[in-house]
Design a protein around this ligand. Structure first.
Ligand SMILES: C[S@@+](CC[C@H](N)C(=O)[O-])C[C@H]1O[C@@H](n2cnc3c(N)ncnc32)[C@H](O)[C@@H]1O
Length: 229
């Protein structure tokens, strides 16, 4: 029985380099590593989770597909219990962006140009992008997947050692500004409307003038990037 991935996890899977060893952090049912090993895209994988319950789900999926020899399951808070360089491509999917940025910050071996980080934040994607920019990573690819009413973002990044100070809107749209496809446009429009709502609510309430000013600069830069002349 082969695993079918939904559009979100299919997008994440497309960022994993063929022939590379995968680590899937926060794996839950291990659908991603089982799919990637079963289809031959990855020779081996590490599937890890913080909690016993999800790890047992992962172990069951691995067992059902007879992949115990090729997928190792590990109980771990982020990458803490993983051996450094146990994988080439490290996925953190289906978690909030603030948590993803915290987990990336704790794993110093990711700061190696040979390792690819793949993040699929369910919220606060700007925190992931900002952390990557400020910590010497370059976002090499980024795309969105639509599933029903939801629009998901995923990005791939690699360490270059050159930290950058992004323009105001870049953490909010990343490489999606240059993509021009329907899914990216939908994501960018949702982001812009969220930023505008937050800006207008603070302005109306007469709160936090510094944040109002910051959001205004983000929105102006965002609109320029969405509609370059
Ligand atoms: C919503 S599930 C996502 C599962 C899968 N990655 C996906 O994208 O479909 C989030 C998983 O992350 C795990 N998780 C949360 N915090 C974690 C941490 N600090 N370290 C490792 N896993 C964590 C949860 O236990 C849960 O299984």
């Amino acid at each position: 029985m082969s695993i079918q991935l939904d559009p979100r996890l299919s997008l994440v899977a497309s960022f994993v380099r063929p022939g590379r060893v995968l680590a899937d952090i926060g794996t839950d049912h291990a659908y991603l590593p089982v799919f990637l090993v079963q289809t031959g895209r990855c020779p081996r994988a590490v599937a890890s989770d913080l909690r016993e319950g999800p790890l047992q789900n992962a172990q069951q999926t691995v067992r059902e597909h007879g992949l115990e020899e090729r997928i190792q399951t590990v109980l771990s808070d982020g990458l803490d219990a993983l051996a450094p360089f146990c994988a080439d491509d490290v996925v953190l999917a289906g978690m909030g962006g603030i948590l993803i940025a915290e987990l990336l910050a704790r794993a110093s071996w990711l700061r190696d140009p040979a390792v690819r980080v793949i993040a699929q934040p369910m919220s606060h994607a700007e925190d992931v992008r900002l952390w990557l920019f400020q910590n010497g990573f370059t976002i090499t690819d980024e795309a969105c997947a639509v599933d029903g009413r939801h629009c998901y973002v995923a990005m791939a990044a690699q360490y270059t050692g050159e930290a950058t100070a992004p323009s105001p809107a870049l953490p909010y749209g990343g490489l999606l500004f240059g993509r021009g496809d329907e899914a990216a446009a939908r994501y960018l429009n949702q982001q812009l409307s969220r930023l505008q709502k937050r800006h207008d609510a603070l302005l109306r309430a007469g709160k936090d003038p510094g944040e109002v000013e910051r959001l205004r600069a983000v929105i102006e830069d965002f609109e320029r990037r969405m509609h370059p002349c």
